[in-house]
Design a protein around this ligand. Sequence first.
Ligand code: NAP
Length: 282
Amino acid sequence: MFRPSFQRLLSLSSGGGRSYIMQSVRGIQTPRKLEGKVALVTASSDGIGLAIARRLAQDGARVLVSSRKQQNVDKAVQELKREGLDVEGTVCHVGKDEDRVKLVNTAVQKFGGIDILVSNAAVNPFFGNMLDSTDEVWEKVRLVKLQYLPIRYCGESPLYILMRGGSIVIVSSVGGFMPFPALGPYSVSKTALLGLTKALVPELTPLNIRVNCLAPGLIRTKFSSALWKDESVLDQLKVKLGISRIGEPEECAGAVSFLCSPDASYVTGETIVVAGGGQSRL
Ligand code: NAP
């Protein structure tokens, strides 16, 4: 098998004026493709967000972990620091203006700027028939802006202005392509994020910011536990998949790291589906 030497990798990876620092993963030398970058990951004290925060940090980024509860943030930060990763944490409920401002200010104060935003928080306020969903439910779902707001509004300085170019990843869902049964409003909010990603491209490209989307399938987290803790429900869902098992949060994280890296320098407005072969077209 062809194995480029350390020197060869260095010379390959230093093209375009970028300097890469190498890390050793299970004895194999690989470039730390996010070295020097600062990443904000919302809703990252557990589940997919935590896996993304870990992976971005493993790939060299300095990462600000956040979620609503201080104890959850502290636990996640301790865990990642124990692994030798360069992370800090702050409380941020993405639906609260003052929290988002604090999130951005903390990143600038602690790390000196922001290059990457992963907008991962979601709400699922309703389980039942679409036609039974109330105005109150839709008002909460309108909090799809939970994912839009960190980009557009962060106090006097919108995040997109503070960003030093870079990359945004919005976390949608395969439910955005094919609505999950009894999760109509949630699924519709995720469809909106597919459109939001496309709609942001013309305005973010001149700012040298790429914006892409991740659409996970059924991933083993607390959020989805109603779908996988009951074996019979899980078995029904697995039938619809190509890879006949539930996904793990770590399996989403590599795709996000790729989207944030120089490897994706010509990728914007796209959605990567990580769903084991679940339906991925509208
Ligand atoms: P999860 O394991 O339940 O983790 C949720 C995280 O979000 C926790 O860290 C929680 O911490 C934080 N959080 C919740 N509400 C928040 C808010 N308003 N502001 C800030 N942080 C908040 O969920 P997950 O499954 O990883 O889901 C992450 C994303 O993936 C969501 O956008 C979800 O729609 C999407 N997704 C998940 C699946 C799946 O099967 N799991 C499939 C498709 C898409 P605190 O309690 O401390 O706030």
